[in-house]
Design a protein around this ligand. Sequence first.
Ligand code: ZN
Length: 120
Amino acid sequence: MNPVLTEASVITCGHPVTPALPIRVKGTMRLTVSGFGVLTGKSIVNVPVPEDSCVLVDGNPAGTEKCTHATATGGVVALLTVDGEMVLGQRGFDGTTTGVPENPEAGLIVSPEQTILTAG
Ligand SMILES: [Zn+2]
């Protein structure tokens, strides 16, 4: 099962605070799940990371930089597009952020928060 991501999905950088304070992203209203727009390849491109959602502290220790922006690099669903745009799903989802050091295991973390719409 590969849940499609929507505006209700909880997306954080790889160094999230607990409980998660999600990165807010815009989906497409051409396809919605429970009223939330489905995320496409354009939804997570250099989007702002809320200041309080990343545990990193600038300069502590030296060289550390808090995440300020994030871009998705994975999670494209093979068999579903909306208006020609690729749709994002949980499987393979990852991304990069401006934070230093990077989380080597996960640049971006997602909890889909829906199971109604799944895709290949
Ligand atoms: Zn971070």
